[in-house]
Write a protein that binds this ligand. Structure first.
Ligand SMILES: Cc1cc2nc3c(=O)[nH]c(=O)nc-3n(C[C@H](O)[C@H](O)[C@H](O)COP(=O)(O)OP(=O)(O)OC[C@H]3O[C@@H](n4cnc5c(N)ncnc54)[C@H](O)[C@@H]3O)c2cc1C
Length: 533
């Protein structure tokens, strides 16, 4: 009997999870071959693209190497771009290769759609894939670099005006992130914050249409706080290199227009002779098989399927990709065994939205029982959801690097816990030592009623003015060199505390930035540069 070949097109959320599940389930089945084909050698965490576009995380942090994911597993990863599919002959064609299949899983995802608006495709920056995010980040930096040297006021204003079209999740997340990043950019490029203009534009009367009114208002409030102007009811009619026309709502001069206004099926969908609806989505039955070929299944964004009792097709979101991957795996395995297939009955749990690195909104629950979460808790949930996803795709290693990327390798305190664990405060490990030395001085001071020792002890325990307290601790140890507390060990420990040991789990984290800000404003300090930036 010849081997059954299962081909999975696209290593997005739907494709990668299907491949992992099939690989696990059919691991011991020597009669089955599984191949995952993608035009990129990596899986992209699309939900975090805005973080790369706005310099919060390193570019590499949103990519997962497919070869690593499937190392020593029953899935062959092939790097290739499929250009055509012949469903009669059961083959996929690229420029150089032909791949035959017995079962095909289509998970080729979406791409931005421009609705034929004049200039939109040519002059806007989409935010859909890894390259888009990197390109957008470089463009934003380029605009700031250029603007700082531009003396023509009109030109400078256009360089510093950033318009995001589309008030859905992608647009709001992008604007939230840019609102946060602009402060750092202004500082680095010697610009006044007031010069930067951020506009979020949507044709609908409100943003985030899937969220209830009160959550939408919270999002708008937060965006305003970050300096973003929200313009609704403004359908874009034209975009050019340096302006965007908002229908009858006027025009904004801007060299940067980000397009987050909607998606359609990727290019390959156009070549597929399969029944399609709703911006190039493939019509499937309740088993997630295409209506034209029963050995062709669809996962993720490419699915057009309306669940019984619902009015709209399943959402183009990660949860749909996950659920469909699970069902398609199950149904292919059942088909191989000649068993009855299962129906797709997803129950979606809502969505999470982050506006910058420190504030999130969530609308979660089960049909009919949704609740809202906001602020820190929503962001915490978003990280937890991501960690669970990484655990299922790339295991502990990716979870660890995600934590490092989101909490340690960050600048400007851009995380839900601020800079507590940031690379620039690598003093986490000094906390026990700081508290121990502080406790010793406090005990010694109380026993001998020496106020200086008590003060140093309390400051070290609280992590307040730690560097000054550590210097005092060194000095006092030298003075008391005849006693136990004056030993070389205590001096060495106090020296170690000099490197900002109070910034982690200490009051210095809060007090020093305020202190520095006030200090820098003092005339004599300014004149003699008595500050450190
Ligand atoms: C900025 C942004 C933020 C988002 N935020 C959220 C969020 O917070 N929550 C949420 O639930 N959803 C979010 N989404 C939507 C979510 O990312 C998609 O629903 C999800 O990616 C769909 O998964 P998929 O597997 O269908 O396709 P994709 O993840 O798009 O993957 C498709 C894969 O197919 C490959 N491919 C395509 N064509 C070919 C070809 N011809 N040959 C070879 N390979 C090909 C691509 O390289 C890609 O790897 C966001 C999307 C974006 C862009």
């Amino acid at each position: 009997m010849s081997k059954k070949r299962i081909l999975i097109l696209g290593a997005g959320y739907g494709g990668i999870l299907t491949a992992k599940r099939l690989g696990n389930k059919l691991d011991k089945d020597s009669q089955v071959e599984i191949t995952l084909i993608d035009k990129n050698p990596f899986h992209t965490m699309r939900t975090e693209l805005h973080e790369v576009a706005c310099g919060r995380v390193e570019e590499d942090s949103i990519r997962i190497d497919l070869k690593k994911v499937f190392a020593k597993r029953k899935v062959d990863v092939v790097l290739d771009e499929i250009k055509d599919i012949d469903f009669n002959k059961q083959v996929l064609k690229s420029d150089k290769n032909i791949y035959t299949y017995d079962y095909l899983v289509i998970g080729a995802g979406s791409q931005p759609t421009f609705f034929g608006i004049k200039g939109a495709k040519e002059h806007t920056f989409p935010l859909w894939n890894y390259e888009d995010a990197v390109k957008l980040k470089e463009h934003i930096l380029h605009m700031f670099r250029k603007a700082v040297k531009e003396t023509d006021k009109v030109k400078r204003k256009k360089m510093l005006t950033f318009v995001v079209v589309g008030g859905g999740f992608t647009g709001v997340e992008m604007m939230g992130e840019l609102g946060e990043w602009k402060d750092r950019l202004c500082e680095d490029f010697y610009l006044d914050n007031e010069e930067v203009k951020l506009c979020l534009v949507d044709a609908s009367p409100r943003i985030i249409p899937t969220y209830p009114e009160h959550l939408m208002k919270k999002a708008v409030e937060r965006l305003h706080k970050l300096g973003v102007e929200v313009i609704t009811g403004a359908g874009i009619t034209e975009v050019s290199e340096d302006y965007v026309i908002l229908g009858d709502k006027g025009r904004i001069g801007a060299n940067t227009v980000v397009w987050a206004a909607g998606v359609e099926g990727g290019n390959i969908l156009e070549k597929m002779e399969l029944e399609q609806k709703g911006r190039k989505r493939i019509v499937v039955n309740d088993k997630l098989q295409t209506t034209d070929c029963e050995n062709v299944y669809v996962v993720g964004d490419n699915i057009f399927y309306i669940v019984e009792g619902e009015e709209r097709p399943v959402p183009q979101m990660v949860e749909n990709a996950k659920f469909s991957a699970k069902l398609v795996t199950e149904n292919i395995c059942r088909d191989l065994k000649g068993e009855k297939k299962k129906s797709y009955k997803p129950s979606f749990h809502g969505s999470l939205l982050c506006i910058g690195s420190r504030y999130g909104l969530a609308h979660l629950g089960l049909p009919g029982k949704f609740f809202a979460v906001q602020g820190f808790l929503a962001m915490f949930m978003k990280h937890a959801v991501n960690l669970l996803y990484f655990l299922s795709v790339a295991g502990f290693n990716k979870c660890w690097t995600y934590l490092l990327d989101e909490f340690v390798h960050i600048n400007d305190n851009r995380s839900i816990v601020g800079g507590t664990f940031a690379r620039l405060s690598p003093n986490f490990w000094l906390v026990p030592l700081r508290i121990y030395i502080g406790a010793l001085w406090l005990q010694h001071g109380l026993q001998n009623m020496i106020m200086g020792e008590i003060a140093v002890g309390i400051c070290l325990i609280l992590g307040l003015f730690t560097a000054v307290s550590a210097i005092a601790s060194i000095g006092m140890s030298v003075v008391l060199s005849n006693s136990a507390i004056g030993s070389m060990g205590y001096i060495a420990a106090s020296i170690a505390l000099l490197s900002g040991a109070g910034r982690t789990l200490g009051l210095d984290y809060y007090v020093l930035p305020i202190f520095k800000k006030v200090w820098k404003k003092i005339g004599i300090v300014k004149k003699h540069y008595l500050y450190v930036d």
